[in-house]
Design a protein. Sequence first.
Length: 393
Amino acid sequence: MAIVTIVIAAAAAILMLPVVSDALCIVRVLLLHRRRQRPDSTLRPRLLFLVPAHNEEQLIESCVRSLETLRYPADRFTVVVIADNCTDRTAARARASGASCLERDDRALPGKPRAIAWALTQVALENHDAVIVIDADTMVDPGFGAAVAGAAPLNHKVLQAYFDVANPEESALTRMAAVLAAANFRFAYPLKRLVGVNAPLLGNGMCIGTGVLAAYGWRAFTIAEDWELYALYTTQGVSIESVEGARLFAQEACSLRQSSTQRQRWTAGKLTVLVRHLGALMRSRRIGFCQKLDSAAELSSPGPVVHLGLAASASALIGLLHAPGAAWLLLALWVPIARLAAYALVGLTTQPDPRRTAMAFMFLPVYAAWRLATALVSLKMVGNAQWVRTTRH
Protein backbone atom coordinates (compact mmCIF):
# COMPACT_ATOMS: atom_id res chain seq x y z
CA MET A 1 0.00 0.00 0.00
CA ALA A 2 2.85 2.38 0.79
CA ILE A 3 4.31 1.87 -2.70
CA VAL A 4 0.93 2.50 -4.34
CA THR A 5 0.49 5.67 -2.28
CA ILE A 6 3.93 6.92 -3.28
CA VAL A 7 3.22 6.24 -6.96
CA ILE A 8 -0.12 8.06 -6.81
CA ALA A 9 1.46 10.98 -4.95
CA ALA A 10 4.19 11.24 -7.59
CA ALA A 11 1.62 11.15 -10.39
CA ALA A 12 -0.49 13.79 -8.61
CA ALA A 13 2.59 16.03 -8.29
CA ILE A 14 3.26 15.77 -12.02
CA LEU A 15 -0.39 16.46 -12.86
CA MET A 16 -0.24 19.50 -10.58
CA LEU A 17 2.57 21.15 -12.58
CA PRO A 18 0.25 23.02 -15.00
CA VAL A 19 -1.64 24.50 -12.03
CA VAL A 20 1.58 25.76 -10.46
CA SER A 21 2.79 27.16 -13.79
CA ASP A 22 -0.49 28.99 -14.42
CA ALA A 23 -0.43 30.42 -10.89
CA LEU A 24 3.10 31.75 -11.41
CA CYS A 25 2.10 33.24 -14.77
CA ILE A 26 -0.86 35.05 -13.18
CA VAL A 27 1.38 36.41 -10.42
CA ARG A 28 3.88 37.64 -13.01
CA VAL A 29 1.11 39.29 -15.04
CA LEU A 30 0.06 41.20 -11.92
CA LEU A 31 3.62 42.21 -11.09
CA LEU A 32 5.16 42.81 -14.50
CA HIS A 33 4.25 45.18 -17.31
CA ARG A 34 5.65 43.88 -20.57
CA ARG A 35 5.66 46.16 -23.58
CA ARG A 36 4.95 44.46 -26.87
CA GLN A 37 7.24 45.42 -29.73
CA ARG A 38 5.40 47.09 -32.58
CA PRO A 39 6.08 45.72 -36.06
CA ASP A 40 7.33 47.83 -38.95
CA SER A 41 4.08 48.34 -40.85
CA THR A 42 5.82 49.75 -43.93
CA LEU A 43 7.15 46.40 -45.14
CA ARG A 44 5.40 43.07 -44.65
CA PRO A 45 7.51 40.00 -43.75
CA ARG A 46 8.35 37.63 -46.59
CA LEU A 47 6.56 34.36 -45.89
CA LEU A 48 7.23 30.89 -47.29
CA PHE A 49 4.36 28.43 -46.87
CA LEU A 50 5.50 24.81 -46.98
CA VAL A 51 2.73 22.23 -47.44
CA PRO A 52 3.96 18.65 -46.86
CA ALA A 53 1.63 16.24 -48.64
CA HIS A 54 1.55 12.46 -49.08
CA ASN A 55 -1.20 11.26 -51.45
CA GLU A 56 -3.41 14.26 -50.71
CA GLU A 57 -5.17 14.66 -54.07
CA GLN A 58 -8.53 14.93 -52.28
CA LEU A 59 -7.69 18.03 -50.28
CA ILE A 60 -4.56 19.70 -51.69
CA GLU A 61 -6.45 21.99 -54.08
CA SER A 62 -8.63 23.53 -51.38
CA CYS A 63 -5.59 24.02 -49.16
CA VAL A 64 -3.54 25.76 -51.87
CA ARG A 65 -6.44 27.94 -52.98
CA SER A 66 -7.01 29.14 -49.44
CA LEU A 67 -3.35 30.18 -49.33
CA GLU A 68 -3.36 31.78 -52.77
CA THR A 69 -6.32 33.98 -51.79
CA LEU A 70 -4.77 35.40 -48.61
CA ARG A 71 -5.31 39.11 -48.02
CA TYR A 72 -1.57 39.66 -48.19
CA PRO A 73 0.70 41.24 -50.82
CA ALA A 74 1.27 38.60 -53.50
CA ASP A 75 4.95 39.50 -53.83
CA ARG A 76 5.54 38.90 -50.10
CA PHE A 77 4.59 35.22 -49.88
CA THR A 78 5.26 31.95 -51.71
CA VAL A 79 3.42 28.62 -51.53
CA VAL A 80 5.42 25.42 -52.05
CA VAL A 81 3.86 21.95 -51.84
CA ILE A 82 6.13 19.03 -50.93
CA ALA A 83 4.75 15.97 -52.74
CA ASP A 84 6.37 13.34 -50.55
CA ASN A 85 6.53 9.83 -52.03
CA CYS A 86 3.18 10.38 -53.72
CA THR A 87 1.58 7.79 -55.97
CA ASP A 88 -1.49 9.88 -56.89
CA ARG A 89 -2.12 13.27 -58.52
CA THR A 90 -1.11 15.43 -55.56
CA ALA A 91 1.70 17.21 -57.44
CA ALA A 92 -0.36 17.90 -60.57
CA ARG A 93 -3.30 19.24 -58.60
CA ALA A 94 -1.05 21.42 -56.46
CA ARG A 95 0.50 23.03 -59.54
CA ALA A 96 -2.91 23.44 -61.17
CA SER A 97 -4.04 25.37 -58.09
CA GLY A 98 -1.17 27.85 -58.36
CA ALA A 99 1.52 26.48 -56.04
CA SER A 100 5.07 25.48 -56.79
CA CYS A 101 5.73 21.81 -56.08
CA LEU A 102 8.78 19.87 -54.97
CA GLU A 103 8.55 16.12 -55.59
CA ARG A 104 10.46 13.89 -53.19
CA ASP A 105 11.05 10.18 -53.75
CA ASP A 106 12.77 8.59 -50.77
CA ARG A 107 10.96 5.45 -49.66
CA ALA A 108 13.69 4.68 -47.10
CA LEU A 109 13.00 7.89 -45.13
CA PRO A 110 9.32 8.74 -45.53
CA GLY A 111 7.24 11.09 -43.39
CA LYS A 112 6.50 14.73 -42.74
CA PRO A 113 9.61 15.65 -40.67
CA ARG A 114 12.00 14.24 -43.28
CA ALA A 115 10.06 15.87 -46.10
CA ILE A 116 10.27 19.30 -44.48
CA ALA A 117 13.98 18.90 -43.69
CA TRP A 118 14.62 18.00 -47.34
CA ALA A 119 12.51 20.87 -48.68
CA LEU A 120 14.41 23.39 -46.54
CA THR A 121 17.55 22.45 -48.47
CA GLN A 122 15.78 23.03 -51.81
CA VAL A 123 14.59 26.60 -51.27
CA ALA A 124 16.44 29.90 -50.81
CA LEU A 125 15.69 30.63 -47.17
CA GLU A 126 17.56 33.95 -47.36
CA ASN A 127 14.71 35.27 -49.53
CA HIS A 128 12.20 34.82 -46.71
CA ASP A 129 11.72 36.00 -43.14
CA ALA A 130 9.82 32.94 -41.93
CA VAL A 131 8.72 29.47 -42.99
CA ILE A 132 5.15 28.40 -42.17
CA VAL A 133 4.22 24.71 -42.16
CA ILE A 134 0.65 24.03 -43.28
CA ASP A 135 -0.82 20.52 -43.42
CA ALA A 136 -2.47 19.51 -46.68
CA ASP A 137 -5.89 18.94 -45.09
CA THR A 138 -6.02 22.55 -43.91
CA MET A 139 -7.94 25.66 -44.89
CA VAL A 140 -6.32 28.98 -43.98
CA ASP A 141 -8.25 32.07 -42.96
CA PRO A 142 -7.85 35.01 -45.41
CA GLY A 143 -6.41 37.19 -42.64
CA PHE A 144 -3.77 34.64 -41.68
CA GLY A 145 -0.80 36.42 -43.25
CA ALA A 146 -1.67 39.81 -41.79
CA ALA A 147 -2.03 38.30 -38.32
CA VAL A 148 1.39 36.64 -38.57
CA ALA A 149 2.88 39.93 -39.80
CA GLY A 150 1.52 41.57 -36.66
CA ALA A 151 4.08 39.60 -34.64
CA ALA A 152 7.02 40.90 -36.72
CA PRO A 153 9.99 40.93 -36.76
CA LEU A 154 9.87 37.19 -37.39
CA ASN A 155 13.43 36.16 -38.24
CA HIS A 156 14.49 35.13 -34.76
CA LYS A 157 11.28 33.79 -33.22
CA VAL A 158 8.78 30.98 -33.67
CA LEU A 159 4.99 31.35 -33.80
CA GLN A 160 2.08 28.95 -33.48
CA ALA A 161 -1.13 29.82 -35.33
CA TYR A 162 -4.62 29.15 -33.95
CA PHE A 163 -5.14 25.51 -35.02
CA ASP A 164 -8.93 25.20 -35.11
CA VAL A 165 -11.37 22.43 -36.08
CA ALA A 166 -12.84 22.48 -39.59
CA ASN A 167 -15.69 20.08 -38.77
CA PRO A 168 -16.82 21.04 -35.24
CA GLU A 169 -20.43 19.97 -35.70
CA GLU A 170 -19.71 16.48 -37.04
CA SER A 171 -19.65 14.57 -33.75
CA ALA A 172 -19.23 14.84 -30.00
CA LEU A 173 -15.48 14.36 -30.46
CA THR A 174 -15.14 17.24 -32.90
CA ARG A 175 -17.26 19.54 -30.70
CA MET A 176 -15.07 18.82 -27.68
CA ALA A 177 -11.94 19.36 -29.79
CA ALA A 178 -13.21 22.79 -30.84
CA VAL A 179 -13.75 23.73 -27.19
CA LEU A 180 -10.22 22.61 -26.32
CA ALA A 181 -8.75 24.66 -29.18
CA ALA A 182 -10.65 27.76 -28.04
CA ALA A 183 -9.61 27.28 -24.41
CA ASN A 184 -5.96 26.98 -25.39
CA PHE A 185 -5.64 29.69 -28.02
CA ARG A 186 -7.96 32.29 -26.52
CA PHE A 187 -7.04 31.90 -22.86
CA ALA A 188 -4.20 29.52 -21.89
CA TYR A 189 -1.63 30.49 -24.52
CA PRO A 190 -2.21 34.27 -24.32
CA LEU A 191 -1.48 34.00 -20.60
CA LYS A 192 1.88 32.44 -21.46
CA ARG A 193 2.65 35.17 -23.98
CA LEU A 194 1.94 37.93 -21.46
CA VAL A 195 4.79 36.73 -19.26
CA GLY A 196 7.17 35.58 -21.99
CA VAL A 197 6.64 31.82 -21.55
CA ASN A 198 6.65 29.71 -24.72
CA ALA A 199 3.46 28.31 -26.18
CA PRO A 200 3.53 24.68 -27.40
CA LEU A 201 3.93 23.90 -31.09
CA LEU A 202 1.26 21.81 -32.79
CA GLY A 203 2.88 20.95 -36.12
CA ASN A 204 0.19 22.56 -38.27
CA GLY A 205 0.55 26.34 -38.45
CA MET A 206 4.10 26.53 -37.08
CA CYS A 207 5.91 29.68 -38.24
CA ILE A 208 9.69 29.45 -37.85
CA GLY A 209 11.90 32.45 -38.45
CA THR A 210 14.65 31.89 -41.01
CA GLY A 211 17.17 33.23 -38.49
CA VAL A 212 16.13 30.42 -36.13
CA LEU A 213 16.52 27.85 -38.91
CA ALA A 214 19.94 29.27 -39.83
CA ALA A 215 21.11 29.05 -36.22
CA TYR A 216 19.57 25.76 -35.10
CA GLY A 217 18.24 24.09 -38.24
CA TRP A 218 15.50 21.47 -38.42
CA ARG A 219 16.54 18.60 -36.15
CA ALA A 220 13.17 17.04 -35.34
CA PHE A 221 12.59 13.60 -36.82
CA THR A 222 10.36 11.79 -34.32
CA ILE A 223 6.64 11.27 -34.95
CA ALA A 224 6.07 14.22 -32.60
CA GLU A 225 8.22 16.70 -34.53
CA ASP A 226 6.21 19.60 -33.14
CA TRP A 227 6.94 18.72 -29.51
CA GLU A 228 10.55 17.96 -30.41
CA LEU A 229 10.98 21.39 -32.01
CA TYR A 230 9.30 22.97 -28.97
CA ALA A 231 11.81 21.25 -26.67
CA LEU A 232 14.85 21.99 -28.86
CA TYR A 233 14.06 25.65 -29.48
CA THR A 234 12.97 26.32 -25.90
CA THR A 235 16.24 24.82 -24.64
CA GLN A 236 18.08 27.34 -26.84
CA GLY A 237 16.03 30.25 -25.48
CA VAL A 238 14.09 30.86 -28.70
CA SER A 239 10.78 32.69 -28.22
CA ILE A 240 7.63 30.76 -29.23
CA GLU A 241 4.44 32.84 -29.31
CA SER A 242 0.85 31.91 -30.11
CA VAL A 243 -0.95 34.14 -32.61
CA GLU A 244 -4.70 33.95 -32.04
CA GLY A 245 -5.54 36.05 -35.09
CA ALA A 246 -3.81 33.65 -37.50
CA ARG A 247 -6.40 30.91 -37.85
CA LEU A 248 -6.37 27.70 -39.81
CA PHE A 249 -8.88 24.86 -39.89
CA ALA A 250 -8.25 21.13 -40.29
CA GLN A 251 -10.37 18.01 -40.08
CA GLU A 252 -10.64 16.44 -36.64
CA ALA A 253 -11.19 12.70 -36.33
CA CYS A 254 -14.92 12.24 -35.81
CA SER A 255 -15.03 8.73 -34.32
CA LEU A 256 -13.12 6.61 -31.82
CA ARG A 257 -12.04 4.19 -34.52
CA GLN A 258 -10.77 6.95 -36.78
CA SER A 259 -8.82 8.68 -34.01
CA SER A 260 -7.30 5.59 -32.38
CA THR A 261 -3.96 5.36 -34.21
CA GLN A 262 -3.61 9.14 -34.23
CA ARG A 263 -4.00 9.41 -30.45
CA GLN A 264 -1.58 6.55 -29.88
CA ARG A 265 0.97 8.24 -32.11
CA TRP A 266 0.62 11.57 -30.31
CA THR A 267 1.00 9.97 -26.87
CA ALA A 268 3.99 7.83 -27.85
CA GLY A 269 5.67 10.71 -29.65
CA LYS A 270 5.26 13.13 -26.77
CA LEU A 271 6.59 10.61 -24.25
CA THR A 272 9.57 10.01 -26.53
CA VAL A 273 10.35 13.74 -26.57
CA LEU A 274 9.90 13.96 -22.79
CA VAL A 275 12.43 11.19 -22.18
CA ARG A 276 14.97 12.48 -24.69
CA HIS A 277 14.85 16.22 -24.06
CA LEU A 278 13.61 17.04 -20.57
CA GLY A 279 17.09 16.74 -19.08
CA ALA A 280 18.59 19.25 -21.53
CA LEU A 281 15.70 21.63 -20.90
CA MET A 282 16.21 21.53 -17.16
CA ARG A 283 19.97 22.12 -17.54
CA SER A 284 19.65 24.98 -20.02
CA ARG A 285 21.20 28.28 -18.94
CA ARG A 286 19.26 30.23 -21.58
CA ILE A 287 15.88 29.97 -19.88
CA GLY A 288 14.67 30.76 -16.38
CA PHE A 289 12.82 28.81 -13.71
CA CYS A 290 9.32 29.71 -14.90
CA GLN A 291 10.05 28.56 -18.44
CA LYS A 292 11.58 25.30 -17.19
CA LEU A 293 8.58 24.64 -14.96
CA ASP A 294 6.12 25.38 -17.75
CA SER A 295 8.04 23.22 -20.24
CA ALA A 296 8.07 20.33 -17.78
CA ALA A 297 4.32 20.80 -17.31
CA GLU A 298 3.63 20.85 -21.05
CA LEU A 299 5.79 17.85 -21.92
CA SER A 300 4.57 15.69 -19.04
CA SER A 301 0.90 16.58 -19.45
CA PRO A 302 -1.04 13.56 -20.76
CA GLY A 303 -3.76 15.77 -22.24
CA PRO A 304 -7.01 16.79 -20.56
CA VAL A 305 -9.04 13.65 -21.28
CA VAL A 306 -6.29 11.20 -20.26
CA HIS A 307 -5.68 13.44 -17.24
CA LEU A 308 -9.31 13.01 -16.24
CA GLY A 309 -9.11 9.25 -16.71
CA LEU A 310 -5.96 9.03 -14.58
CA ALA A 311 -7.48 11.14 -11.81
CA ALA A 312 -10.65 9.04 -11.73
CA SER A 313 -8.72 5.76 -11.74
CA ALA A 314 -6.32 6.92 -9.02
CA SER A 315 -9.23 8.17 -6.90
CA ALA A 316 -10.98 4.83 -7.15
CA LEU A 317 -7.77 3.05 -6.15
CA ILE A 318 -7.32 5.36 -3.15
CA GLY A 319 -10.85 4.56 -2.01
CA LEU A 320 -10.41 0.80 -2.40
CA LEU A 321 -7.10 0.73 -0.55
CA HIS A 322 -8.00 3.34 2.08
CA ALA A 323 -4.60 4.87 1.38
CA PRO A 324 -3.04 7.05 4.09
CA GLY A 325 -3.44 10.76 3.44
CA ALA A 326 -6.36 10.01 1.12
CA ALA A 327 -7.90 13.46 1.51
CA TRP A 328 -4.69 15.22 0.47
CA LEU A 329 -4.11 12.85 -2.42
CA LEU A 330 -7.64 13.41 -3.72
CA LEU A 331 -7.21 17.17 -3.42
CA ALA A 332 -3.95 17.01 -5.37
CA LEU A 333 -5.60 14.90 -8.07
CA TRP A 334 -8.71 17.02 -8.54
CA VAL A 335 -7.39 20.57 -8.27
CA PRO A 336 -5.83 20.18 -11.76
CA ILE A 337 -9.17 18.84 -13.01
CA ALA A 338 -10.83 22.01 -11.71
CA ARG A 339 -8.33 24.00 -13.78
CA LEU A 340 -9.18 21.98 -16.89
CA ALA A 341 -12.91 22.41 -16.22
CA ALA A 342 -12.47 26.19 -15.92
CA TYR A 343 -10.68 26.34 -19.27
CA ALA A 344 -13.37 24.14 -20.84
CA LEU A 345 -16.11 26.43 -19.56
CA VAL A 346 -14.54 29.57 -20.97
CA GLY A 347 -13.83 27.74 -24.21
CA LEU A 348 -17.48 26.67 -24.34
CA THR A 349 -18.65 30.28 -24.20
CA THR A 350 -16.90 30.99 -27.51
CA GLN A 351 -18.79 28.31 -29.45
CA PRO A 352 -21.61 29.24 -31.88
CA ASP A 353 -24.02 26.83 -30.17
CA PRO A 354 -22.82 26.49 -26.53
CA ARG A 355 -25.85 24.47 -25.39
CA ARG A 356 -25.51 21.78 -28.04
CA THR A 357 -21.75 21.71 -27.60
CA ALA A 358 -22.18 21.27 -23.84
CA MET A 359 -24.35 18.20 -24.55
CA ALA A 360 -21.37 16.66 -26.35
CA PHE A 361 -19.57 16.41 -23.00
CA MET A 362 -22.07 13.75 -21.91
CA PHE A 363 -19.87 11.45 -23.99
CA LEU A 364 -16.82 12.44 -21.94
CA PRO A 365 -16.84 9.51 -19.43
CA VAL A 366 -16.84 6.95 -22.24
CA TYR A 367 -14.25 8.91 -24.18
CA ALA A 368 -12.01 9.29 -21.09
CA ALA A 369 -12.04 5.53 -20.44
CA TRP A 370 -11.30 4.78 -24.10
CA ARG A 371 -8.61 7.46 -24.27
CA LEU A 372 -6.89 6.11 -21.16
CA ALA A 373 -6.85 2.64 -22.70
CA THR A 374 -5.32 3.92 -25.95
CA ALA A 375 -2.69 5.81 -23.93
CA LEU A 376 -1.70 2.60 -22.18
CA VAL A 377 -1.47 0.77 -25.51
CA SER A 378 0.71 3.56 -26.92
CA LEU A 379 3.41 2.93 -24.30
CA LYS A 380 4.74 0.05 -26.39
CA MET A 381 5.23 2.50 -29.29
CA VAL A 382 7.48 4.96 -27.45
CA GLY A 383 10.58 5.68 -29.51
CA ASN A 384 9.63 3.38 -32.39
CA ALA A 385 6.18 4.39 -33.60
CA GLN A 386 5.43 5.12 -37.25
CA TRP A 387 3.54 8.09 -38.61
CA VAL A 388 -0.12 7.30 -39.36
CA ARG A 389 -2.26 9.72 -41.33
CA THR A 390 -5.82 10.47 -40.29
CA THR A 391 -8.36 9.11 -42.75
CA ARG A 392 -9.58 11.84 -45.13
CA HIS A 393 -13.26 12.41 -45.77
